[in-house]
Design a protein around this ligand. Structure first.
Ligand code: MG
Length: 395
């Protein structure tokens, strides 16, 4: 007979450096505990059921949403980030539900058309405090979602909000109170937040190679000098002579992801042990504890430089993004000049929040809604936003 094991609703196997949901710093509006879920599970569930989360399906990651059914969108990107982040989190004994909640929420504030949309909106908002998608993710969960009777936003735990806010200017940090303190004190966020942030990089570095090749904007040969890719490609070709096409790309990329994840887990463990942290608060006071070993970090940096030059700045992507910036600028000008063009519930917010309410409305748009609205307001035909050769044609 074995003794019955005590069961606790807390995440099993939490390491001392993890965020314990039972020790959360709590929510902005006090709520009774859930009967069957931890507080971080509950945050994850609130994020998945939010309007902003569903809109991620129709927002650009790199390729504009409707140009091909095979490319990543913000939604599938966020799901891939969550998957990678959970694997790393579990290996490090972290609160997996928290890691997942942060990963799923990290891009909720993204404008339509990816970084081009954010840059255009930031420019439009220059006189009104600017626009920053990461800070906007926090606005979405703190203020903009309208789901609950007792409060605006999703009323998430401090730890989830801390993880969503990756960077912040000193001025914004001062305005954010408790959440902004760490930027002023130059402290780290929890390990769960650090891991979700690095999982974001692992996800996009790899899926952008995949989508870049699929789109025809990148060619396999261009990656011969990129060590992280080329090394694994050679290994795949040795193991599977004659392999080519999508299978070669996929086998190579899955090995890249594996190498990055295994390295990150090993290096983070080493740092955690060396720092001898015994609590989540000691993690916050230490140097960053999640990270890659130096050789892997430098090979990942080489891949990033390549993606910037060859894909993100590809002339065809540039052309699409210039049109996207124009769409966002013209939407902003139209609403700023005449707030009566906004739907009622947004127009009344302009009286209270000024141009921030216009930015909130535009930031919430999906790519296709922004294009429709732009056509409606300007009478212009929608710009052609398809840089890819065969998006959706091949599997
Ligand atoms: Mg992301």
């Amino acid at each position: 007979m074995t003794a019955a094991r005590a069961w606790s609703p807390a995440t099993p196997g939490l390491a001392p450096w993890a965020c314990d949901p039972l020790a959360s710093r709590g929510r902005r509006h006090a709520e009774p505990r859930a009967a069957t879920r931890t507080e971080f599970q509950r945050d994850r569930d609130r994020i998945v059921r939010s309007t902003a989360f569903r809109r991620l399906e129709y927002k650009t990651q790199v390729f504009v949403n409707h140009e091909g059914d095979m490319f990543r969108t913000r939604l599938t990107h966020s799901i891939e980030v969550a998957q990678i982040a959970r694997s790393i989190g579990r290996s490090l004994g972290l609160a997996e539900d928290l890691v997942e909640a942060i990963a799923l929420a990290h891009d909720l504030g993204h404008t339509p058309f990816g970084h081009a949309g954010q840059d255009a909106l930031d420019e439009c908002m220059r006189e009104h405090g600017g626009f920053e998608h990461n800070l906007q993710s926090l606005r979405v969960v703190d203020e903009l979602e309208q789901q609950y009777a007792g409060f605006d936003g999703l009323n998430l735990c401090f730890e989830t909000r801390e993880g969503i806010l990756k960077h912040c200017t000193a001025a914004n940090a001062r305005a954010l109170g408790e959440l902004g303190e760490r930027f002023l004190a130059r402290r780290q966020p929890s390990l769960e937040a650090q891991v979700a942030n690095l999982a974001d990089e692992i996800a996009y570095d790899n899926h952008d190679v995949d989508d870049g090749l699929r789109s025809g904007l990148l060619q396999l040969g261009q990656l011969d000098s990129i060590e992280l890719f080329a090394g694994h490609r050679r290994a795949v070709e040795r193991l599977h002579p004659g392999i080519a096409g999508r299978r070669l790309v996929h086998e190579t990329i899955r090995r890249m992801i594996d190498e990055l994840v295994v390295d990150l887990v090993g290096e983070s463990r080493r740092r955690i042990e060396a720092a001898a942290v015994a609590s989540a608060d000691e993690v916050r006071a230490a140097a960053p504890l999640a990270g890659f070993s130096e050789p892997v970090r430098s090979r990942a940096a080489q891949l990033k430089r390549f993606l910037h030059a060859a894909l993100y700045r590809h002339p065809r992507i540039d052309r699409v993004m210039a049109s996207a910036r124009r769409v966002v600028r013209q939407l902003y000008s139209a609403y700023a000049a005449d707030p009566a063009l906004l739907p009622d519930e947004h127009r009344v917010r302009v009286d209270v929040h000024g141009m921030r309410a216009v930015a909130d409305y535009i930031a919430g748009m999906t790519d296709r809604f922004a294009l429709r609205e732009h056509a409606r307001l300007t009478g212009e035909a929608a710009p052609d936003l398809a840089p890819a050769d065969d998006g959706g044609a091949s599997g």
